[in-house]
Design a protein around this ligand. Sequence first.
Ligand code: GTP
Ligand code: MG
Length: 199
Amino acid sequence: MNFQDIDLAQIAIRISQYPTDDKPEFLILGRSNVGKSSFINTLVNRKNYARTSSKPGKTQTLNFYLIDNICYLVDVPGYGYAQVSNKKQEKFGLMVEEYVKKRKNLKHVFLLIDYRHKPTDSDLMMYDFLKYYNLPVTIVCTKYDKVKKSLKEKQNRMINDTLDIALGDEIINFSSVTKVGRESIQNIIEKYVKNESNS
Ligand code: GTP
Ligand code: MG
């Protein structure tokens, strides 16, 4: 894979609208404004293909981005944003839950948390939820560029201590500004894609 091609191939709310071409899928999860769209753009070296915004809560559907015609990155609404009404948040929650529970094509989840802060209760709940369904997860700490070098060690420790990471899962620091972490994420995706084509 060279991570050059991106195409918003499908937008879905219901199962019947998911892609039918049977490719591996990678879910991008995280709070509103954590950097999900920026993460996708960075992986494919684009500035603003997946729409980023300073106004949280923009994404309201499951967005299936086809990468190199090989696999999908699935961008979903962020959780835990107060300015989005509870009713809407509930609806998004159910939509994401249905996808996580039922989608066989889902291979791996990238759970994005903000490197600058202690993981929130909703971050921890989301991680538990994913582990309940036995999904392999990578914790991606976004906005790594925003923390001063002298504070990074403390921050790493705090994140490690707060999250009770399951065996096999890992934490990767990431920045859409400096691109740190990009290659590690691409390697994870490629590993699954290779496994799929061998099976
Ligand atoms: P929603 O779709 O609303 O849930 O947000 P999102 O998770 O897709 O976040 P988005 O990528 O739109 O980024 C939100 C804001 O954070 C934007 O202003 C981005 O430019 C900024 N941002 C995202 N990632 C980084 C990063 O690694 N470093 C810095 N400095 N800013 C970032
Ligand atoms: Mg977004």
